[in-house]
Design a protein around this ligand. Structure first.
Ligand SMILES: Cc1ncc(COP(=O)(O)O)c(C=O)c1O
Length: 399
């Protein structure tokens, strides 16, 4: 018998070698208690959370929590069914209406995760003989959506407008084209030049899908994302998003003005062949989305936090993923996995949680300490965080 697990041996060995150095497993942390969007108890100690994607801090919002409890009492713990059978409750329609209102778009379709939204929409709309032209640094769910469908896949260099244009020009005359972009790229926290990319895509007859997972709620005047901030939202055909970041719960969605959009409910397999979100989840999501429409004060505070952390980390001597703060994600470059893991652990001992990211999730083999800021981080917490980076950086020789 061939052991089907033998393909994982290199990873098993790499992991064992890392743990043998005595470092805490960075991919197995337990939050023993979560006190707020910015503080949890980890290993028995108070820990500031700087790696949760909880950008707008909605997880403990009293209205959001109350809506979830009410729905749990009134509709039970789960739907036990697909959206197309017994799994559409009033709450699912309400959250889709909240999304249509939030984005000012005609259609909204909610999936059980953002991962499934990309899987479903991409694999369903781009079929055999169609072309998907995507940024090479796209999220795994975008690649998996491509792999699940039958279209031709054409990647182009990250955020390179000319490369996108060249790929588009090479697509055979008459073929269907879908350009897939992200608003904010989650590894380095950099923003896409959507204004130019959407223009180039449209000029070459392509439909455009933008994943705004890391920008919804925060970027743009109404929090609609980078497409809004760059003034091209009306030219984007499909926006994909998630409830697992700014919205503060779990779920995914696609919004669109395409007149035939509703047919997707019958043909999109990751929508049809899975159970719908529990009533408490859709109730929290709908309440959160409606509150996010009116959160310009929080958005401004989050920008302040992002700018302060970015400037402070640079001043300390860390190398960051972007020259200027472009989003709520700030990536601190580490020379290798061992140093990254040591720095991650030193920060945890200081009382700070960040994400350790490494290949294949990261581009170009990078090891990163990824920080995601929250609108609920106070100015004092950001200063405390900088003090922790200074101490951990010195202790590990990173600065
Ligand atoms: C760009 C992007 N798209 C989609 C997803 C998937 O979202 P979800 O957590 O809802 O599955 C993520 C999650 O990390 C993401 O970063």
């Amino acid at each position: 018998m061939t052991d089907l697990f033998s393909k994982f041996d290199p990873l098993i060995e790499q992991r064992a070698a890392l743990l043998e150095t005595g470092v805490t497993d960075p991919f197995n942390l337990v939050m023993e208690k979560v006190e707020s969007p910015t503080v949890a108890i980890c290993n028995g100690r108070r820990t500031i959370l700087l790696g949760t994607y909880n950008y707008m801090g909605m997880t403990f919002d009293p209205d959001v929590v109350a809506a979830g409890k009410k729905a749990l009492d009134e509709f039970g713990s789960g739907t036990t069914g697909s959206r197309v059978l017994n799994g559409t409750y009033a709450g699912h329609k309400a959250v889709e209406q909240a999304l249509k209102d939030f984005y000012a778009m005609d259609h909204a379709m909610v999936f059980s995760t953002g991962y499934q939204a990309n899987l479903g929409i991409i694999s369903t709309i781009a079929g055999k003989d169609d072309y998907i032209i995507l940024d090479i640094d796209s999220h795994a769910s975008i690649y998996d959506g491509c792999a699940m469908g039958n279209a031709q896949i054409v990647p182009f260099r990250h955020n390179d407008i000319d490369a996108l244009e060249k790929r588009l020009r090479r697509v055979p005359e008459g073929a269907g084209k879908l350009v897939v972009l992200e608003g904010v790229y989650s590894m380095l926290g950099d923003v896409a030049p959507l204004k130019e990319m959407v223009a180039v895509s449209k000029a070459n007859g392509a439909m455009v899908l933008v994943d705004e997972a890391h920008s919804m709620g925060f970027i743009g005047e109404h929090g609609r994302g980078v497409a809004e901030a760059q003034g091209v939202i009306d030219d984007v055909d499909f926006i994909i998003g998630t409830f697992s970041k700014s919205v503060g719960t779990v779920g995914g969605f696609c919004v669109s003005n395409h007149p035939k959009f509703e047919i997707l409910r019958l043909v999109c397999r990751p929508y049809v062949f899975t159970a719908s979100l529990p009533p408490s989840v859709v109730a929290t999501a709908a309440t959160s989305i409606r509150k996010l429409m009116d959160s310009s004060g929080k958005r401004a505070h989050l920008w302040e936090n992002s700018k302060r952390l970015h400037a402070g980390l640079r001043q300390l001597g860390f190398t960051l993923g972007t020259q200027d703060p472009q989003s709520a994600i700030i990536a601190v470059m580490m020379p290798d996995l061992e140093t990254g893991a040591a720095m991650w652990e030193a920060l945890l001992e200081e009382g700070l949680y960040v994400n350790l990211a490494r290949p294949p999730a990261t581009p170009a083999g990078m090891t990163l300490l990824r920080c995601s800021l929250c609108a609920e981080h106070s100015g004092d917490q950001v200063e405390e965080i900088l003090g922790m980076f200074a101490a951990a950086g010195r202790a590990t020789g990173c600065i």
